[in-house]
Write a protein that binds this ligand. Structure first.
Ligand SMILES: *[C@@H]1O[C@H](CO)[C@@H](O)[C@H](O)[C@H]1NC(C)=O
Ligand SMILES: *[C@@H]1O[C@H](CO)[C@@H](O)[C@H](O)[C@H]1NC(C)=O
Ligand SMILES: *[C@@H]1O[C@H](CO)[C@@H](O)[C@H](O)[C@H]1NC(C)=O
Ligand SMILES: *[C@@H]1O[C@H](CO)[C@@H](O)[C@H](O)[C@H]1NC(C)=O
Ligand SMILES: *[C@@H]1O[C@H](CO)[C@@H](O)[C@H](O)[C@H]1NC(C)=O
Length: 811
């Protein structure tokens, strides 16, 4: 008896001392307990999967109350109570208060920093953390009666068991919101919802506008989610009832950890924990490609990622705005080539293999047959299309569209939709029509041909400049200011040497002043064989590319043989002038360098993936990165390679497209170029920005490596930080710098398929996700290089520089 009593005493003493002196862990909080940051208190779920406590994210000193995986060393936070109201010291306490059972987060003066608003009150409130990661407040005597739960107020993470959607009775919507950045969990601008309007579909929003829609739920998956399919890891579904509409997923093996997050870059990511490698693996992401971006091709346009351009009108439709469509602006979409005539009785034409259009303004009935659906649509003149609602078990239910159909893409296997058409579009009528069109077209071609011949004749008689003397004519179609040669000459002081800013791959650049505004005039070398019209088209295309990280084209000048491009002037000139200057480089601290890397990545991502032209730069290098007065990087010379690159093998072979030191192996050796070659150049640039050293011309006494090889060796030996420019104070940014080097190395992998694309690069730079291991970079130990290296081995001074160039000679 005594023994029991004394052991109890010691147990109590033990509990007391642990409570008092060290971290206090508990599995419930009642109104008499306080969870204190000072004591490092944590609340642990019953099987120990999740923990709730105080933490500081990234390099921040701010304190937050959050929930994380208890068994994962690298703290992965899935929920934050006070994301927008951090505590600035460790005085915070979390309490459950009476009456009612509100959870409150208080600071040193007991002022409320954050409160959980309960809908009802509990008699004896109790807070518990469930093994699902849900923090719930219930009545101690009735644990089913939840009065508040964190799953109703998620942060940026959507966990298994959570309901993402809307309670139609209370109007409360559960959605996730991105963080501002890694160190700052405050609400960012990107949200992910299950949107019930019309017919449910999941959406990623950027502020108030839509960035991506999954397409409607079809009983199996979302119509446009090619990567969300039946699998062994989790089940998922959309629940639609009178009271609520939500999307949810559940793990099949609940020992696994899975989470879905939305990043500040507008990407939804599903992560799966790998017990084996002890890190998070990216399971899937949305959006996947540029065809996924909402409304890429406008109304009745269909996006096909495999074609160039990606947008095309659905068959029996034509561009609403031919000129825009021809110039790569698809936003005006398409219209029926034969207008509808509801009174005459319309018909429906079947389109298969597509992502169903946006259902924001749709109507549905789950119990109708497809035939009833058709009749219903036919009866209403504003109904434009119908489709089966559910394809999980044959086709049933009815989904109707009203108004224009947007956000269609080709997808495999895809779904079928029946689009309303004028009766005359039906097969037989169609054929007659086609014959008619053909006849008319032949006529037009003949007429055009004779006009052209006539025009050619007259053209020969007139001098070239005459046709360009009326800039107003060309103005209209250009939507881009055309300047006279005389204006350009005046602005640049007669292209004076004093105003010369530099010499790019395509000609010299002059500084000028036009109507008080500073400009940069690029005088293109007179080597292009392009005609005036071709050139104009290209310039219009370039002018359409607009992004914060691209230099803006202000206008152009075409006169006689002269072609000039007028750009905005960048106060801080080009990156190379600062980065490789021993004095000026000291102004580039790490945050600035990181911003520059990020800006270039975003600009390039736009060129590769988001712009309607899909441009490969081909000559990305430090001297082509201009810096504005705020040191925001702007890529210049984009689109020019596209304009002129085509002539590479033409008359003028003196022009080198691409620059030593930035060229990828496949381009240098085989002349093959793809977006991945730009990625390579980007990788070189990243390593140059971090090290402050040029890849070309890099020599290290005891190494025979170029900058890439040097970076890789350091990386392999986990000494990456030694690469950092000695003038950069980096102690506060260790992980960001290491990550950037890692990403830089991934970009310069020898094999193109091992280099990430630019959207992944942007993601990798700005997330904590696990990166693949980098292998040796291109131009390092590749077979070609070894061969070249040995053949040059007599030349003892052969630095890597010589090696690179010898390789380039192999072209
Ligand atoms: C805050 O509340 C606790 C518990 O109710 C109390 O012990 C403490 O004195 C209060 N602190 C201040 C500054 O009011
Ligand atoms: C709780 O309710 C108050 C008043 O309605 C509101 O200002 C506050 O933002 C709510 N807090 C949370 C965490 O929802
Ligand atoms: C569930 O996953 C865990 C961890 O990977 C594994 O050990 C266990 O065998 C799995 N259980 C089932 C039923 O597959
Ligand atoms: C849905 O269709 C069924 C079968 O045609 C019909 O009985 C029912 O009234 C319809 N519901 C609505 C809301 O129109
Ligand atoms: C056609 O459908 C629209 C949208 O649902 C509705 O507002 C309109 O009243 C309908 N017209 C007829 C004639 O049923």
């Amino acid at each position: 008896m005594n023994m029991i009593r004394s052991s109890r005493f010691y147990l109590c003493l033990f509990l007391f001392t642990t409570w008092f002196f060290s971290a206090h862990t508990t599995d419930t909080i009642d109104t008499s307990q306080i969870l204190s940051d000072n004591r490092d208190d944590t609340l642990i779920s019953s099987s120990g999967v999740f923990a709730l406590g105080f933490f500081s994210p990234g390099s921040s000193k701010n304190r937050y109350v959050g929930i994380w995986y208890n068994n994962i060393k690298d703290k992965t936070v899935v929920w934050i109570a006070n994301r927008d109201h951090p505590l600035t010291d460790r005085s915070g306490t979390l309490r459950l208060i009476e009456p009612g059972g509100r959870l409150l987060l208080l600071n040193a003066t007991n002022a409320t920093i954050w409160a959980a608003n309960v809908s009802r009150s509990a008699h004896t409130p109790l807070a518990r953390l469930l093994d699902s990661g849900n923090l719930v407040v219930t009545d101690a005597n009735d644990e089913k009666n939840i009065i508040w739960e964190s799953f109703d107020y998620p942060t940026d993470t959507f966990l298994p068991g959570m309901k993402l959607g809307k309670n139609l009775v209370t109007g409360h919507e559960v959605f996730i919101t991105s963080k501002t950045n890694n160190d700052e969990p405050a609400m960012g601008g990107i949200t992910y919802h299950c949107d019930p309007s019309g017919y449910p579909q999941n959406v990623i929003k950027e502020g108030a506008s839509f960035r991506y829609k999954t397409g409607p739920w079809n009983g199996v998956t979302f119509s446009g989610s090619h990567n969300l399919v039946k699998n062994d890891i989790f089940t998922y579904g959309v629940v639609i009832s009178e009271n609520e509409v939500y999307y949810h997923y559940e793990l099949i093996n609940t020992s696994l950890y899975m989470r879905f997050t939305v990043s500040e870059d507008g990407v939804g990511q599903r992560w799966l924990w790998s017990y084996h490698t002890q890190n998070w693996k990216l399971y899937l992401t949305i959006p996947i490609d540029s065809c996924d971006i909402y409304q890429t091709c406008g109304a009745y346009g269909s996006c096909n990622i495999k074609t160039t351009p990606a947008c095309a009108c659905l068959s029996k439709f034509q561009p609403r705005d031919d000129r825009g469509w021809g110039n790569g602006d698809f936003s005006n979409g398409c219209i029926r080539r034969t207008p509808l005539n509801c009174q005459d009785g319309d018909v429906f034409i079947k389109y298969s293999g597509i992502k169903l259009p946006d259902t924001e303004r749709s109507w549905y009935n789950a119990s109708m047959s497809l035939q009833e659906c058709k009749v219903t649509c036919l009866k209403n003149c504003s109904c434009t299309a119908y489709a089966a609602l559910d394809i999980s078990n044959g086709e049933h239910g009815c989904l109707l569209w009203f108004g224009e159909l947007v956000d269609i893409r080709e997808i495999s296997p895809g779904q079928t939709i029946y689009i309303r058409m004028a009766k005359s579009e039906l097969e037989s009528g169609g054929r007659k029509r086609e014959i008619l069109i053909l006849t008319v077209m032949i006529g037009i071609v003949l007429l055009g041909l004779s006009l052209f011949l006539f025009y050619q004749k007259t053209k020969k008689m007139k001098p070239e400049t005459d046709r360009l003397r009326h800039p107003d004519e060309t103005h209209e179609e250009l939507e881009l200011p055309m300047f006279e040669l005389s204006t350009m000459s005046k602005a640049t002081d007669g292209f004076s040497v004093n105003n010369k800013l530099g010499e790019g791959g395509f000609g010299p650049v002059f500084k000028g002043v036009l109507e008080g505004q500073e400009i940069a005039v690029k005088r293109l070398s007179r080597t292009s064989l392009q005609g005036v019209d071709e050139f104009k088209n290209e310039v219009i295309c370039i002018a359409k590319l607009q992004h914060r990280n691209l230099v803006k084209l202000l206008g152009c000048c075409i006169q006689g043989q002269e072609r000039m491009l007028v750009y905005e002037y960048m106060t801080n000139k080009s990156l190379d002038l600062i980065l490789f200057d021993q004095v000026k480089k000291t102004t580039l601290d790490w945050p600035r360098r990181f911003n520059i890397i990020n800006g270039i990545a975003r600009g390039l991502m736009y060129l590769h993936h988001d712009s309607r032209l899909r441009v490969i730069h081909r000559d990305l290098k430090a001297s082509n990165i201009l810096l504005d007065s705020d040191m925001i990087p702007k890529i210049s010379d984009f689109g020019l390679a596209r304009t002129f690159g085509g002539n590479e093998t033409g008359a003028d072979t003196s022009r080198v497209v691409g620059t030593y030191g930035y060229m990828s192996p496949e381009y240098a050796v085989e002349g093959m170029f793809s977006v991945k070659s730009d990625v390579f150049s980007f990788g070189v640039l990243v390593l140059e920005i971090i090290s402050g050293k040029r890849n070309r011309g890099f020599t290290l006494v005891d190494h025979r490596h170029n900058l890439l090889g040097h970076a890789w060796i350091l990386y392999k030996e986990e000494r990456s930080l030694e690469l950092v420019d000695s003038c950069v104070e980096y102690s506060r940014y260790l992980s960001q710098i290491e990550r950037s080097i890692h990403v830089g190395l991934l970009c310069v992998q020898e094999q193109t398929e091992e280099r990430p694309n630019m959207s992944s690069v942007v993601l990798m730079l700005n997330n904590d996700g696990v990166l693949p291991q980098a292998k040796h970079p291109g131009f390092f130990t590749g077979r070609d290089i070894i061969r070249k290296e040995t053949s040059h081995s007599s030349n003892t001074a052969s630095s890597v520089n010589a090696m690179t160039i010898s390789l380039l000679e192999a072209r």
